[in-house]
Design a protein around this ligand. Structure first.
Ligand SMILES: NC(=O)c1ccc[n+]([C@@H]2O[C@H](COP(=O)([O-])OP(=O)(O)OC[C@H]3O[C@@H](n4cnc5c(N)ncnc54)[C@H](O)[C@@H]3O)[C@@H](O)[C@H]2O)c1
Ligand SMILES: [Zn+2]
Length: 715
């Protein structure tokens, strides 16, 4: 139908026209002649892409802007109207794949309003033509699916068709019979009706749409751009069994023809209520009868607010004159009825050009490709960049620099690329090269097994340093009181700290330079940093922020190594064989310790005297091999501190009583569970006194109590 070259030309022409809309509106007859010709050409092309191929290359909003510009120009210069102009007919969606059937009444399009003003114009016209002062309207959602016409004769579903060219549609009865929300039989005779033609829409709910696209991706098929395309594509499948697999829905929103004529229903609202009673899915629960246009506008706004919560995609509201007796005086154009109008919600899609891609380093080192766009307005917001998520996403959609892309902004979600307009390619597009090195620090990037993101694991990466400092100072890591988000930021911004190693070389005189830090705060932070040096190997391992090394893993590691430097040369197989570590974690640890940048920081820590290895006491202490669990309140210190002491003397601290437990130390108001469990397993229980006796040669108990009180851990 269109050669690739012609498609490119038409897309380029579309861009040009869209940019010149204001100029076009002001054009003189001579120019208008040119413009109407161009507009018709591109509209015909987009109709073909949209209706026949179900694969549009511009957004509905952009299409509508072209369409109404043509309409306005024709209004200004009626001599330019041609009978085949898109404004004078319904675009044909006949594919030739099905036999055609004639509709009982023409199946037209709807006129569109994009603003309150346009709704008021519509109301004014209706009032003028009907002579009414206040018009009663029925307002309902405008479903974004594929239009259908259903015929029931003697209560049986006998024919279903697409809109086609408005006069005739394609007969897709067998496909529609697979849709559960289209009853094969409905009791119209109860209302004295022997033949009825209904108008409706085939829909796919948002959930099902998502599921369907995931399945398509898995099968290597291109995903559908939106639920409308998915629905339109589905009802035109050649095999009804395939149609049945897709969970389609149908909603009916119009009674367009009735026999005998005497059984005609006067109010639109009542007609829909009847369909609702007969078991059809209808807009009835969401419909409102409004007196005058102000009520209409309020109801439309209400729906615009909540559209994202609705299970189906809706692109606006349809406003219909409720009393059908006025249909005649209002009449039709060859394109749409004058007794109804669609109020379209703000568009959430637009097409624009992908100019470049930058790579951002997240606070935890993930590299995110961000597309820079030629700025475009979507739903009242100017969008100039879009997340491309990760390398897989780019590959899946085959996104290239220089591509025209269809961008969507749904709800408050960040804008994303729905589709690449491949038809617009001229060969100058360039593939997106994913960096091998971190754009912030130059460190080699890794992609760990099972992950989609590339990440930078350099502990000194400037893009991550603030978060890493904060993590290092957190309670479960090195517990440096006063090293919060603000302080971490200030330390970095003042150039005092580039990595966690630098913390240990800070002097009180440096810290005083921080905003809001007087002598006292500076001294406190200094002391907290110094004090953290002795936290121990497990806390250091956790504090380094190695991906997948949480508290438990850090502890496990610290129990099998004596010195952090052992990890530098430990073979992957050895790491993997450590209980509870496994392949993914092992790979992550290996990668971390293979980076020169990271080793440098560890060296810094080592030189500053941060404890990176187990002491003789820890290895060979008096509690060696003994597993301690604590319950209840201790008078000497917190349970955590008691755990630290156990470990500093070679013992193992645990929170749960198991068969491996050596002692359950019982304080004041002990927990029932631990006591019962110890009894069951025959574990020895001892009092706090007994515990203190075991440690008193190594720990000054009075000093311990004072410190714990000062830290607020003991009252
Ligand atoms: N992006 C593109 O390239 C492109 C190309 C062609 C058309 N389009 C889009 O399609 C529109 C034209 O399509 P159209 O002629 O189907 O018009 P439309 O979608 O603007 O409105 C008419 C249709 O709305 C549907 N509808 C949904 N709920 C309804 C309800 N409650 N009551 C009545 N009708 C309801 C019916 O199928 C009806 O035919 C354009 O305005 C544009 O948005 C886009
Ligand atoms: Zn980096």
């Amino acid at each position: 139908m269109y050669t690739p070259e012609r498609e490119r030309e038409l897309i380029e022409l579309t861009r040009k026209l869209l940019q010149e809309l204001e100029e076009i509106k002001r054009s003189d007859l001579e120019k208008a002649k040119e413009y109407t010709k161009s507009l018709r050409e591109v509209i015909n092309y987009h109709d073909y892409k949209y209706y026949v191929q179900a694969s549009p290359v511009i957004s509905d909003y952009e299409y509508d802007m072209l369409f109404r510009t043509l309409r306005d120009l024709e209004k200004k210069y009626p001599e330019l109207i041609t009978p085949d102009s898109p404004t004078q007919r319904v675009a044909s969606e006949i594919t030739g794949a099905f036999p055609t059937v004639k509709h009982y009444t023409p199946m037209l399009s709807l006129d569109n309003a994009y603003s309150e003003e346009e709704l008021r114009d519509f109301d004014r016209r209706v009032r003028e033509l009907t002579g009414l002062e206040v018009v009663e309207y029925s307002v309902e959602p405008k479903y974004d699916g594929a239009g259908i016409a259903l015929v029931y004769r003697n209560d049986l579903f006998v024919r279903g068709a697409t809109r086609g060219d408005g006069e005739t549609g394609e007969d897709i009865t067998n496909n529609l019979k697979t849709i559960r929300t289209i009853p094969l039989r409905a009791d119209f005779s109860r209302f004295g009706i022997s033949l009825v033609e209904l108008r409706g829409e085939v829909l796919i709910n948002k959930e099902e749409f998502k599921r369907m696209n995931e399945e398509r991706l898995e099968e290597g098929l291109p995903p559908f751009a939106n639920p409308r395309n998915a629905a339109a594509g589905s009802i035109r499948l050649q095999n009804p069994a395939e149609v049945a697999k897709r969970k389609l829905d149908a909603v009916v929103y119009q009674v367009s023809y009735v026999e005998p004529e005497s059984k005609h229903i006067e109010l639109h609202y009542e007609a829909i209520r009847m369909l609702h009673l007969l078991g059809f899915k209808t807009p009835f629960p969401d419909m409102k009868v409004c007196q005058g246009i102000d009520e209409v506008i309020a109801y439309c706004r209400e729906w615009e607010e909540k559209r994202d919560l609705y299970p189906y995609e809706i692109d606006g509201m349809v406003i219909k004159v409720n009393r059908k007796e006025y249909y005649e005086v209002l009449g039709f154009t060859s394109h749409h009825p004058r007794w109804a109008i669609a109020f379209k919600f703000k568009p959430k899609q637009a097409t624009t050009k992908l100019v470049s891609v930058v790579f951002q380093v997240g606070r935890v080192g993930t590299i995110t490709p961000v597309g820079k766009l030629e700025p475009v307005e979507i739903g009242g917001v100017t969008v100039s960049s879009v997340s491309l998520f990760n390398e897989d996403f780019i590959k899946e959609k085959d996104i290239r620099i220089g591509d025209m892309v269809l961008v969507e902004r749904a709800g408050d979600v960040i804008p994303y690329v729905v589709e690449v307009i491949k038809e617009a390619r001229d060969g100058d597009e360039e593939p997106i090269e994913f960096p091998k090195e971190c754009p912030s620090c130059g460190s080699k990037l890794v992609k760990l097994p099972g992950e989609v993101a590339w990440r930078c694991i350099n502990i000194a990466c400037p893009a991550q340093v603030v978060l890493r400092l904060k993590h290092w100072g957190s309670r479960e890591a090195m517990d440096i009181r006063g090293l919060g988000d603000a302080t971490a930021k200030a330390l970095y911004n003042k150039g005092l700290v580039k990595d966690v190693g630098d913390l240990y070389y800070l002097k009180v005189t440096d810290l005083i330079k921080l905003p809001g830090f007087a002598e006292k705060a500076a001294t406190n932070l200094y002391n907290a940093i110094q004090e953290s040096k002795g936290r121990g190997l497990d806390r250091v391992l956790y504090g380094l922020g190695i991906r997948y090394v949480g508290l438990t893993t850090a502890k496990k590691l610290s129990q099998v190594i004596d010195d952090i430097w052992e990890l530098k040369d430990m073979p992957l197989e050895r790491l993997e064989s450590i209980e509870g570590i496994g392949f993914v974690v092992a790979r992550s640890i290996k990668e971390f310790f293979s980076r020169e940048e990271n080793l440098k920081v560890i060296e810094k820590l080592d030189k500053a005297g941060v404890k990176l290895r187990r002491t003789k006491l820890e290895k060979e202490g008096p509690l060696k091999g003994k597993v301690f669990v604590f319950t209840g309140t201790l008078s000497c210190c917190s349970r955590e501190k008691a755990g630290e002491i156990v470990e500093s003397l070679g013992g193992i601290f645990s929170n749960t009583v198991t068969s491996k437990t050596t002692y359950l130390v019982v304080g004041e108001e002990p927990g029932r569970t631990k006591l019962n469990r110890a009894k069951q397993l025959g574990i020895k229980t001892i009092g706090e006194e007994d515990f203190l006796n075991m440690i008193k040669d190594y720990v000054n108990i009075e000093e311990l109590k004072r410190e714990e009180r000062r830290e607020g851990r003991l009252f």
